[in-house]
Write a protein that binds this ligand. Sequence first.
Ligand code: RAT
Ligand code: ZN
Length: 416
Amino acid sequence: MAELRPGDSTTIRDLVWKAVDEVQITDIHTHIYPHTFDGLLLWGIDDLLTYHYLIAETMRYLEMGYEHFWALPKRAQAELVWRTLFIERSPVSEACRGVLTTLEKLGLDVSKRDLEAYRRFFAEQKVDEYVDKVFELSRVKTVVMTNDPFDDAELGYWSKSRQQDERFRAALRLDALLNSWHTAVPKLQEWGYNVGFDINSQTVSEVRRFLVEWLNQINAVYMAVSLPPSFAFPEGSTRGQLISECVLPTARETCKPFAMMIGVKKLTNPALRLAGDSVGKANIDVVEYLCANYPDVKFLVTMLSRENQHELCVVARKFRNLHVFGCWWFLNNPSLVDEITRMRLELLGLSMTPQHSDARVLDQLIYKWAHSRRIIADVLTDKYVDLAATGWLPTEQEIRRDVAALFGENFWRFVG
Ligand code: RAT
Ligand code: ZN
């Protein structure tokens, strides 16, 4: 084991980088699937290029109507993104850089700027072997998916019994249930749940039955929902009632955490579709209220606005039933991940999960984790160097222990 001497920041950096580089990650929130989920797994260069983060950036430069863009086949959309963001100007944004990191780590020569060569490479891959390759390259051990029973494409999968891939764990996503009750009701009825539009005792008990049955069916590790900046609780809205009467009691009974992803303004620009969501500062009092009044419910929370990050850390200092995670979506940029991770370590020590990937395309695991590892390693190095200045020298084993906690073990301990 390496011996550290006071002020030996080079050695600390090497040890931290090695530990962070080698740790096997649990990615606690993604949108990817095993290849056995017919047609749902996105992968390869055309899916990388048509990521909604890149579509939003592309449309800023084009005069083409949004509908015209959406009417193009995926291949043509990808070509347009490639030409607009990579050829006609330099790909400096984080999402653009991500495509290049991914290609480079797959062994492709990005200096050639040869889209057709990249396409040929992906065309030669066998999907099951390629999934293994991506997990290996990104050193991800387990991913948690986003599983919404109200999504027809997924429903088909869960109703058939198929070969499980242990690397993919499920999370029961409740957006349709909590954010669009009018569309959820007919589906619940169709599936045999005796619910009505009014939240009466019959509906409550049927929704709870639905939650428990689905948690079991997919063996979910947690329930999750994305929420607007205006999210309030308690409140008499349908969502407020469903959370207090159905979700929280189910979370308590099943010991499954309730993940709240707060701060998304859906479809600020509807013409951009999936790329059309925006951000707003949410009210931290809601998180505080829930943690204080439901001490036997576990809350996983990430917030989308930068402005909420400090107060979220402070609330987490008060309530151990709150686990803060990830730099979500518009926050997953180097400057912000650095700032937020530093602040979290300073306020919460190691009791959080600094990052998730939110990968929608399998290959994104490669770049999202490569970029995050590097920033988290830098921030951690600074913290250990500060400790070393006092004479507290971390051992290699201690560093590895801390790193393992941040990249998955904290999450599993919290989930229980
Ligand atoms: O980051 C994203 O890809 C967003 O579109 C959302 O999916 C977000 O992460 C969510 O889970 O709602
Ligand atoms: Zn997501």
